[in-house]
Design a binder for this molecule. Structure first.
Ligand code: IPD
Ligand code: CA
Ligand code: CA
Length: 291
């Protein structure tokens, strides 16, 4: 049984709708804090719900914009109709549609993960379709995908993201700072599903984020692992859809990254923030041309 051809068709149709909304411009509402939502998120989720219901009438659907259908079924689609809403709302062309299929065998508790069987991520602005099925590899526009061969964080380009709710509680800016000092750079492009797809494509060596939801990660983690990469929590343990920790990499730098998380959680960082006095001294040196 293969699911990706049908899911890919749905993702392409959804992406085409997003492109139209993007071209015409849409008003933005707040779900809370700085969590934005637009008519595009809602309309496209409805479209995907209808199409999945037509093609897979017995499958469940769990969508970011509130869809909860047939949640007791063995197969469940995690749907992010628009991953990268903040970008979309600002006219920044980095966003995608993400559809991930999980198989939940009988007897699983609600907080237990099943097996992710298929994932499709479509970037409508670049017309790039990332697909994966368990055990069958990953592709972009039909061409095989492979993670990069970079073996050290010091030579890696990595990515992360920040939550749009309770931002003040996120420790991630500290991690951002440390990874910036130890790598070629940290990108914060604003679409977690595309960040994962880019790890699979070897455009990034790694991606991490706190507090993502299953609709952000279900498709992307399979695309990464099927492209030869590794996905775990920050301690190197198994990734779980509800675990709120995702660390994805090309595999080669994974242990180094986990070691860094262990160090940083234990307070062994490289980069203490300068005190106000140190900032003043730096400013003075710069003014004298001595920096
Ligand atoms: C967001 C994006 C972003 C990530 C946020 C997500 P949304 O999803 O994936 O990159 O940093 O944590 O919430 O809200 O645009 O679907
Ligand atoms: Ca998302
Ligand atoms: Ca979304």
């Amino acid at each position: 049984m293969t699911w990706t051809p049908q899911a890919a068709e749905i993702a392409r149709e959804a992406g085409a709708r997003l492109r139209e909304f993007f071209a015409q411009g849409v008003a933005t509402e707040y779900k809370g804090d700085v969590d934005l939502v637009t008519v595009a998120d809602r309309t496209v989720e409805k479209l995907i719900r209808t199409r999945l219901g037509e093609v897979f009438p017995e499958h469940g659907i769990y969508g970011e914009e509130g869809t909860r259908e047939r949640m007791d079924q063995e197969y469940r689609w995690y749907v992010d109709p628009l991953d990268g809403t903040t970008n979309f709302a600002h006219g920044f062309p980095q966003f995608c549609v993400s559809l991930g299929l999980e198989q939940r065998r009988t007897g699983l508790k609600p907080d237990e993960d099943g097996t992710i069987l298929a994932g499709v991520i479509y970037d409508p602005m670049r017309d790039e379709l990332f697909e994966a099925e368990l055990g069958r590899g990953a592709t972009v526009n039909g061409k095989p995908l492979h993670v990069s061969k970079t073996a050290h964080l010091a030579e890696a380009l990595v990515a992360t993201g920040f939550p749009s709710r309770k931002r003040h509680q996120s420790p991630n800016i500290h991690f951002y700072h440390e990874f910036t000092l130890r790598s070629h750079g940290v990108r914060r492009a604003g679409s977690a599903a595309l960040d994962l797809a880019y790890v699979a494509a070897g455009r990034l060596e790694a991606f991490w984020e706190f507090n993502l939801n299953p609709w952000d990660t279900a498709a992307g983690v399979l695309v990464v692992t099927e492209a030869g990469g590794r996905v775990s929590d920050f301690a190197g343990g198994p990734f779980q859809l509800e675990s709120r920790e995702v660390l994805a990499s090309n595999g080669l730098i994974h242990d180094e990254l986990v070691g860094m998380f262990v160090d940083l959680f234990a307070g062994r960082g490289l980069a203490p923030i300068p005190t106000p006095g140190e900032f003043a001294a730096m400013r003075e040196l710069r003014a004298k041309g001595l920096e």
